[in-house]
Design a binder for this molecule. Structure first.
Ligand code: SF4
Length: 354
């Protein structure tokens, strides 16, 4: 199975799982989210599960989009309006982009006074997220790529509360020994691959805990539970691994806290339904996993329209791309809310709101 198909199947499963990776919560699921603190840092987390915090409802009421970090960090508060240039401590271009975007999505409201733009927050920024779990997908452990380096980075940095490796491969003791101890390991089984088990696989060494969701088609076999990481303290971000030498960047606790907020915001705004449907007759949108996914009858799996599809594909047959409302689906099936009415007040005069 391609990593893309694996990732979509797992996201769909996690979204409706009754035993999510964060116990007793209904986590927000997102995919392909930046997981670095250093700038530039190249770590991209495959799947992120964010546990809603106490003030989650207040966050959903503000906007359905990611709120720019510079806008949250600025001195623009929910009290009196301030001249926007006095409220940002970053490059003016970056500040202007953040201010305009914050106004556009409804986190700021603005008014003009004497030819100057004054802004204020529509509401206090809420404390809306709690634990964050990152899942690294590697369906085939025979082709690990940078897996060890990626997981060592996540553990050393400790930006997220738990890290889990998800794979379809049999996980041997040798595999486990190569992974950092805190990393949890899941073996993922999909219905279409379940034909009486894998006779070549040695006996499972796992805890034997297997999660099954009727109708979803995915089982998660927990091979090893993750160990919580020390997110509240400082961390070390490895930037490059070379023989005998690792380039690192120390990261303070405050920098990590801000990066966690960026990560949670990105996950809230983006989610995981960020795929397209190809204009090909072989693509049949399927909701077998309780989410509408780009299933290709010719390939027999979910396909990445931008990477897999086009006239060069032997199974390609031109057709209109299916019309699918993925935001509407996310709104119906998760705690994320599309287009909330927001808190923006009507401006009644040049210097007043009502
Ligand atoms: S272009 Fe190929 S992979 Fe894509 S939907 Fe059509 S047949 Fe499937």
């Amino acid at each position: 199975m391609s990593e893309f198909a694996f990732e979509l199947a797992l996201c769909a499963h996690l979204e409706r799982s009754s035993t999510p990776p964060i116990a007793d919560s209904n986590p927000l699921v997102a995919r392909q989210i930046g997981g670095s603190v250093a700038d530039p840092g190249g770590r991209i987390l495959d799947i992120v599960c964010v546990e809603p915090g106490l003030e989650f409802d207040a966050r959903t009421a503000i906007t359905d989009a990611e709120i720019p970090d510079a806008a949250i960090e600025s001195a623009v508060g929910p009290g009196r309006s301030r001249y926007w240039k006095d409220a940002f401590d970053c490059h003016p271009n970056h500040a202007r982009r953040a201010m305009e975007r914050a106004c556009e999505i409804g986190f700021f409201e603005s008014e003009r006074r004497n030819g100057r733009e004054y802004v204020r927050q529509v509401a206090r920024y809420p404390d809306w997220y709690d634990r964050i779990v990152a899942i690294e997908n590697k369906p085939d452990l025979g082709r690990p790529g940078d897996l060890e380096m990626q997981l060592r980075t996540d553990v050393s940095l400790a930006l997220v509360d738990e890290v889990i490796l998800a794979t379809e491969s049999y996980v041997s003791r040798a595999h486990l020994h190569r992974l950092p101890d805190p990393v949890g390991v899941w073996r993922v089984h999909r219905d279409r691959d379940r034909s009486g088990g894998d006779p070549s696989a040695p006996e499972r060494e796992s805890s034997g805990k297997v999660e099954t969701e009727a109708g979803v088609g995915v089982e998660i076999e927990v091979v090893r539970e993750p160990t919580p990481l020390p997110t509240a303290g400082p961390g070390i971000e490895p930037l490059a691994f070379e023989p005998g030498r690792t380039e690192i960047e120390p990261v303070s606790a405050a920098e990590k806290a801000r990066a966690r907020r960026r990560l949670a915001e990105r996950a809230y705004g983006k989610g995981w339904r960020t795929y397209d449907f190809p204009g090909c007759a072989s693509c049949v949108p399927t909701d077998e996993a309780a989410a509408t996914l780009p299933y290709c009858a010719w390939a027999g799996d979910f396909v990445d329209a931008n990477a897999d599809c086009g006239p060069d594909c032997p199974g390609y047959e031109s057709a209109a791309a299916p019309e699918v409302d993925l935001d509407g689906e996310r709104d119906r099936r998760t705690a994320w809310r599309a287009s909330p009415s927001g808190h923006r007040r009507q401006q009644s005069g040049l210097d007043q709101f009502r």
